[in-house]
Write a protein that binds this ligand. Structure first.
Ligand SMILES: [Zn+2]
Length: 133
């Protein structure tokens, strides 16, 4: 029987799990009274106003930065507040969506700086060739 983490149970309460995981928690809730107790405690704690980081994030809809912002973040072109926010979002919250997005952008930036270098080399070599003529 699978063990669920507190974060998973909280995500379950927020309906933020994948449909498969939602179904798994529901099934487990039917079978394990200990899990029902944990969920009850989680609800009680939430109602008392103690929230985990992930929960705060979802509740307050601390939204994902746009792709443009992620691009500027990579170039360190955001102001320091925005830079810190994206840092928090990526590193602390660990948003998987933004991490994937960022990885893709990083790849593209590497590709394009490679092609700039290639063009420059090509230009320099043909400029040298022209001078000789
Ligand atoms: Zn995100």
């Amino acid at each position: 029987m699978r063990e669920f983490t507190d974060a998973e149970l909280e995500a379950y309460l927020d309906e933020a799990l994948s449909p498969n995981d939602m179904a798994e928690v529901e099934q487990a809730l039917r079978d394990q009274s200990s899990l029902t107790e944990r969920v009850a405690r989680t609800i009680a704690r939430r109602d008392a106003g103690v929230h985990s980081l992930g929960e705060v994030w979802r509740r307050h809809r601390v939204s994902c930065p746009t792709r443009d912002q992620l691009g500027s973040y990579l170039l360190k072109a955001l102001d320091s507040d925005a830079q810190a926010y994206v840092d928090f979002h990526i590193e602390t919250v660990g948003c998987r969506f933004c991490r994937a997005n960022l990885e893709d952008l990083r790849q593209r930036q590497e590709d394009s700086s490679e092609s700039v270098k290639r063009k420059r080399r090509y230009f320099e070599s043909s400029a040298g060739y022209l001078k000789k003529e």
